[in-house]
Design a protein around this ligand. Structure first.
Ligand SMILES: NC(=O)c1ccc[n+]([C@@H]2O[C@H](COP(=O)([O-])OP(=O)(O)OC[C@H]3O[C@@H](n4cnc5c(N)ncnc54)[C@H](OP(=O)(O)O)[C@@H]3O)[C@@H](O)[C@H]2O)c1
Length: 264
């Protein structure tokens, strides 16, 4: 496939929340898109909404926790898009567990989806990214910078992404590729409905703070404005994102605040 001026973008986590909003925002820019996640009906709904703005939108379902399928799905993405300008990682799950009580299956599941799945897809997509001098955008979290109660495995998986992608950036920037790590604050999505509890069952309810968070389309619009300058890191959210600066400059104060705060 020859390179066109409209960007080619593979959005993971496109069936819901941030990934869906980002896919629609790219569609409005005329991008050619592949949409991935597990729930096909929801991906097709996102596809329909994108088709109002671009004709080039494909659905390729995948499970981040099934790495044996990642090369095959990536091959199909290559058939649709050729080169890849943007690999956008928004697939992920959260946790509402007690660190000492969550089963090891829960700990492993979190890393399989949020960390191993994300790096597995990135490795598979590297030749497509190299051909386009592409940009890897990874949604991590404020929890990628600090830990809070009841999110130990989530925070661990997001910290791991920062370590891996900071290293990758140094290796691939000389080849003209870029990595942006994105730390959102509270964004209004159903993320916590699927949160893993101690035994691996889903929490089944929305977090109050997330419900009142920034709308996903507002978040997507803010983020897409920042990405052309290829920033290493982007932080978007409400006052809660100040905790990242406190962690660096006043960690004891942050600890005292977090100890008293209600985590939902
Ligand atoms: N909302 C927030 O306040 C917030 C804050 C900080 C960071 N984040 C991060 O933002 C990202 C997107 O979350 P969201 O808030 O948009 O929540 P969401 O609406 O629940 O979206 C999560 C996406 O991840 C996909 N996903 C989950 N498990 C998967 C798996 N095994 N394989 C493939 N895809 C999978 C889901 O699709 P399927 O279920 O169809 O597979 C869905 O598309 C996550 O990485 C999350 O940690 C969110």
């Amino acid at each position: 496939m020859t390179k066109t001026t409209s960007p080619t973008v593979w959005v993971l986590g496109a069936s819901s929340g941030i990934g869906k909003a980002v896919a629609i925002a790219y569609a409005k820019k005329g991008a050619s898109l592949v949409l991935s996640a597990r729930r096909v009906n929801d991906l097709e709904q996102t596809q329909q909404e994108c088709k109002a703005f671009t004709d080039h939108v494909w659905v390729e379902p995948l499970d981040l926790a099934e790495p044996s399928s990642h090369q095959t799905v990536t091959k199909r993405v290559e058939e649709h898009l050729g080169h890849l300008d943007v690999l956008f990682h928004s697939g992920g799950i959260t946790s509402r567990t007690e660190a000492s009580e969550a089963t090891m299956d829960v700990e492993r599941r979190m890393m399989e989806v949020n960390y191993f799945g994300v790096i597995s897809i990135t490795k598979a997509a590297m030749p497509m990214l190299e051909a386009a001098k592409g940009h890897v955008v990874v949604i991590t979290s404020v929890a990628g910078k600090l830990g809070t109660q009841f999110r130990s495995s989530y925070a661990a998986s997001k910290h791991a992404l920062h370590g891996w992608f900071d290293s990758l950036r140094l290796e691939i920037e000389p080849k003209g590729m870029h990595v942006t790590l994105v730390c959102p604050g509270y964004i209004a999505t159903p993320l916590t409905v699927h949160a893993l509890t101690n035994d691996g069952s889903a929490l089944g309810e929305m977090s109050d703070k997330q419900t009142k968070g920034m709308p996903a389309d507002v978040f997507a619009a803010k983020l897409l404005k920042k990405l052309p300058s290829k920033p290493h890191e982007v932080i978007i959210g409400g006052t809660e994102v100040m905790s990242i600066r406190l962690k660096r400059w006043a960690p004891a104060l942050l600890h005292a605040i977090l100890k008293r705060s209600k985590v939902t």
